[in-house]
Design a protein around this ligand. Structure first.
Ligand SMILES: *[C@@H]1O[C@H](CO)[C@@H](O)[C@H](O)[C@H]1NC(C)=O
Ligand SMILES: *[C@@H]1O[C@H](CO)[C@@H](O)[C@H](O)[C@H]1NC(C)=O
Length: 313
């Protein structure tokens, strides 16, 4: 029996449930990944005569810097974050406003328990889901950055913010493969970070580079994974290019993603904008008391069940 309790104890340690203990002292780290709408093109305009793209430099108050919001820069150093967040990451493109700063400011405003937010921007404009596959350059680049963000031990990864898929709307084959590819990506990230229930906030597309936007959207809305929440960008204002979210849209999206994340934190109030992809029976039964029952079910039932499986095997 003592081996039962020691393995239970071990499993309680390794299976990290929802990010319950958002700490004041340590960084609460978020990975920002995807393509241009995650990198941010809000306020970027295209001069039709020269073809030059420029950012208008307008930073809404919701995206202002804050001493409690840090970013891991391209030299793998923590610095105070400021727009454009992906300027030194998505270097080939002109960056503007994305959802990251509005997300961080919103989370800090709504939850006093969050001390420092550490953002790890990794998005690359124009990338498709195949390029994010484990083993490919973008995946490795992201993981290298995430490992660097944890190096000084001063924080924990609390979630992944993911906005991608526009490039996968061009061919029917890619659109139809999207769900299995993105699902694999989420599972690989969680496995590599040894956090099977790492919260993921993904965005259902507002637009795309090709005709199959609706197929990719349905793929996104239909993914069945625990601890995955989807916010829907459809209907948010786009820039004249019809592809990129405007600055105002990015502010709105950042708040929606913040509300979705805060649903993982028991003291927060759920937002009506968020779709629940979780379809487990545990989840359904507990839908009236989101935070606590998720916590209880995942910190106790999952390890108990796993321990049981180990003991009988
Ligand atoms: C600017 O216009 C060019 C040519 O039409 C296009 O290829 C490019 O994607 C546009 N860039 C942005 C940021 O809208
Ligand atoms: C994804 O993008 C890469 C780089 O642009 C390209 O080589 C590849 O063919 C694309 N893959 C798919 C499935 O579209």
């Amino acid at each position: 029996m003592s081996s039962f309790f020691s393995s239970l104890f071990f499993l309680l340690l390794i299976i990290q449930p929802y990010p319950m203990n958002l700490t004041q002292a340590e960084k609460n780290i978020f990975i920002l990944a995807g393509q241009s709408n995650m990198a941010g093109r809000g306020g970027v305009t295209n001069d039709t005569t020269t073809g030059a793209t420029t950012w208008d430099g307008i930073v809404p108050s919701q995206c202002n810097p804050n001493p409690s919001i840090l970013k891991l820069n391209s030299h793998l150093k923590w610095v105070e974050a400021q727009e454009p967040l992906h300027e030194d990451i998505d270097r080939e493109k002109t960056n503007g406003i994305g959802p990251g700063m509005a997300f961080a400011n919103h989370v800090l405003e709504k939850n006093m328990g969050v001390g420092v937010v550490g953002l790890v921007p990794c998005a690359i404009g124009g990338s498709n889901i195949s390029e994010w596959e484990k083993g490919k350059v973008l995946y490795s680049h992201m993981m290298k950055r995430v490992k660097a963000s944890l190096r000084d031990g001063g924080g924990d990864v609390r979630g992944v913010l993911w906005f991608q898929g526009e490039s996968d709307t061009v061919s029917l084959r890619d659109a139809e493969s999207y769900q299995s590819r993105v699902r694999r990506f989420f599972l690989d990230v969680r496995a590599d970070l040894q956090t099977p229930l790492l919260p993921i906030i993904q965005v259902a597309l507002a637009s795309g580079s090709g005709p199959y936007v609706e197929i990719v959207r349905q793929a996104q809305l239909g993914i069945d994974l625990l601890s995955l929440k989807t916010v829907d960008a459809k209907g948010l204002p786009l820039q004249p290019d019809g592809l990129h979210l405007s600055t105002q849209a990015q502010v709105e999206l950042g708040k929606m993603m913040g509300d979705a994340f805060l649903q993982f934190v028991p003291s927060s109030i759920p937002s009506p904008n968020v779709h629940h992809n979780n379809v487990s029976p545990i989840r359904k039964e507990s839908s009236n008391s989101i935070g606590l029952s998720n916590f209880v079910s995942h910190i106790y039932i999952v390890p108990l069940f796993t321990t049981f499986l180990i003991m009988i095997s």
